[in-house]
Design a protein around this ligand. Structure first.
Ligand code: 3PG
Length: 400
């Protein structure tokens, strides 16, 4: 983007593909980290006199307008953070979008409606995506890719549009890639990874890769129960992916063979019912050893001994990557595990990276100071796929 700025953008229509896919509860943004992350790029372009057209997806609407997924709340927040009015177009490539863009003065910003209200955005068909990209291209003279959270998606605005316009990487993408490179090229050891989140099936490829790279892998969250089951423990009614047991068993064997310390919970906080995340009403819960989860209980967080164990395993790390909460952190009865891992990162002298929408949101909603972490990535799937060593369509399109 510095190159673009030095060439001059005054009066040019610059399309910024951002990732404003923020969590919403009843239409209210609960974590605006992704909006703040794109501010440097939007500000720099506006200050240089560009007519800035910001576009993003939000959620997973089904290729047609759906008010529940309108980008309006994100556009309003962007305006608040910029301290300047932001125009909002109620369609993406239709008359409203053209009117909003045509109405921009140099230095002004418009947001167009959710890209995924158009089937062409996510289509698997190259022609369909291309046609939508053509319509997007008609709105701009230059493309800036800065939606790091979406670079793993081969979508029209991420992959096809940059091929149609002069294209540049924004500040956020440049920062994210710079940080993640430190984890893939010549990582400083010990390299410790804490992985959580609900489903082990979402993390298979990254675990596969990390078993050849990390020194220690700490497992928590819902995915831990499939590992515990693979070790022969009963897990009660905890989240379990039965079909992944053979894969996980192979991971346990491979970790031992490769000298990777794969650490599982030794105790868990369990309950007979899933907590109410809205009322956050107190629940009945017990702390039990991980091999003694009662048949009618569900593990919802790592227990106190595990918290201490994981903190000790993180203490001497030179590099830490953390993705996925350790428990149902949205409820205070099950937030301690996630807090303990976040605190261990804060206390660490190593380079710490938090990746993933949920863990990044956890860090912020649990009240941690973001600046205490080396880097908080805006990418969930994107940062994982980067670490897997995959070619990411949105980055390849910018390098091209
Ligand atoms: C994310 O939240 O990880 C990104 O915004 C991508 O969203 P998606 O998984 O719906 O493509």
């Amino acid at each position: 983007i510095d190159e673009l700025l030095s060439e001059g953008v005054s009066g040019k229509r610059v399309f910024v593909r951002a990732d404003l896919n923020v969590p919403l509860a009843d239409g209210v943004i609960t974590d605006d980290g992704r909006i703040r992350a794109v501010l440097p790029t939007v500000k720099a372009l506006a200050e240089a006199g560009a007519k800035v057209v910001v576009a993003s997806h939000l959620g997973r609407p089904k290729g047609a307008p759906d008010p529940a997924f309108s980008l309006l709340p994100a556009a309003e927040r962007l305006g608040e953070l910029l301290g300047a009015p932001v125009a909002f177009a109620q369609d993406t490539v239709g008359p409203a979008a053209h009117e909003a863009v045509d109405g921009l003065e140099p230095g002004q910003v418009a947001v167009i409606e959710n890209l995924r209200f158009n089937a062409g955005e996510t289509s698997k068909d190259d022609t369909e995506r291309g046609e939508f990209a053509d319509r997007l291209a008609a709105l701009a003279d230059v493309y800036v890719g800065d939606g790091f959270g979406a670079v793993h998606r081969k979508h029209a605005s991420v992959y096809d549009l940059p091929a149609r316009l002069p294209h540049y990487a924004g500040y956020l993408i440049a920062t994210e890639v710079g940080v993640l490179k430190k984890l893939t090229d010549d990582v400083k050891r010990p390299y410790v990874v804490a992985l959580g989140g609900a489903k082990v099936s979402d993390k298979l490829a990254v675990i596969d890769e990390l078993l050849g790279k990390a020194d220690r892998l700490l497992v928590g969250g819902g995915m831990a129960y499939t590992f515990l089951k693979a070790q022969g423990h009963e897990v009660g009614i905890s989240l379990l992916q039965e079909d992944q047991i053979p894969t996980v068993t192979e991971y346990l064997e491979r970790a031992a063979k490769n000298g990777v310390e794969l650490v599982l919970p030794v105790d868990v906080v369990a309950s007979t019912e899933f907590p109410d995340l809205k009322t956050k009403a107190p629940t009945e819960h017990v702390v039990v050893d991980a091999d003694r989860i009662p048949a009618d209980h569900e593990g919802l967080d790592i227990g106190p001994r595990t918290r201490e164990l994981y903190a000790s395993k993180l203490a001497d790390a030179a590099t830490v990557f953390w993705n996925g909460p350790m428990g149902v952190f949205e409820h205070p009865d099950y937030a301690e595990g996630t807090k303990a891992v976040a605190q261990a990162l804060v206390d660490s002298d190593g380079f710490t990276v938090v990746g993933g929408g949920d863990s990044a949101a956890a860090v912020r909603t649990l009240g941690f100071d973001e600046s205490a972490f080396g880097h908080i990535s805006t990418g969930g799937g994107a940062s994982l796929e980067y670490l897997e060593g995959k070619t990411l369509p949105g980055l390849a399109a910018l390098e091209d």
